[in-house]
Design a protein around this ligand. Sequence first.
Ligand code: SF4
Ligand code: SF4
Length: 303
Amino acid sequence: MVRRDKLHHLPERFPVACQWEITCRCNLHCVMCYTDCFNRPDLIRQELTTPDMLRIMDEMADAGTLELCLTGGEPMIRPDFFHIYEHAIRCGFLVTVFTNGTLITEAAADRFAALRPHRIEISLHGLTKETFERITQGTGSNHRCLDGTKLLIDRQIPLTLKSTAMTLNQHEILAIKQYAASLGSVGYKLGEEMRPELDGGAGPFHYALSEGDLRILNQQDEDLWKESCRQSRTELSPCRSGMQRFHIDAYGKLQLCSGNRRQSYDLRSGSFREGFFEVMPTFACEWKAPLASEPIHPAVSHA
Ligand code: SF4
Ligand code: SF4
């Protein structure tokens, strides 16, 4: 990602970075997933079409957007995924893809290698097959995820592995981090946040770790502890969502962030410039406060 101090010449309100949930469809059904409740044929049919996606991307590029994160659901499950991805690269965005890794075939890895992403982030919630598939509820998903990871490493695609800490995998987090380190230049991120499901369900919270358990986990590793301390500091920069960052959902709704979808602007019927510069400034977030800590919703939790 572009360092914020390199962007000081930009106006305070400028659409630097977009996180786009391009589908809620997924081939897995992770127990703590907040989008899986929308992984239904009737809702999938309402997701943005390819032409709509390409038009919106063109409008974002025209407005100056630099970074685009394609997430889901599982973004690669869209039959038009590479059409979208390659268009994004050609628009000049720094593209990050959040994926569960299980759909990365030789052919897909070759396409990533031909038009390289800024980074791919793969969710690795367990190191053993038992834990991984207990979480994903997908037989064979552990094997496919590790194979997909290897295909990207072979092509030297910038890669980060990430896990969400929960009751089901807390005993394997340190081993996952060590595994990532053993792969060479592969990064690792630990997410700690559970989110309510998009339909308001509280299912993911059944797997949340207590504050005490999270502290014990983080204290076992210097990097994790450092990051946990950094996130808990109150003097971090204020939330920039809606100012320099924004979110688009699978149906073309422009929103402040993935964690606050209460107000949105329909990019299907309006233009990106109108949505971002004229309508979004009217959106509110009760958790947003000057000099409050950075978003409570880091972009790590999701495949
Ligand atoms: S967490 Fe990611 S991989 Fe798991 S079901 Fe949800 S979208 Fe799919
Ligand atoms: S404070 Fe949190 S919920 Fe509100 S806009 Fe910022 S990131 Fe989103």
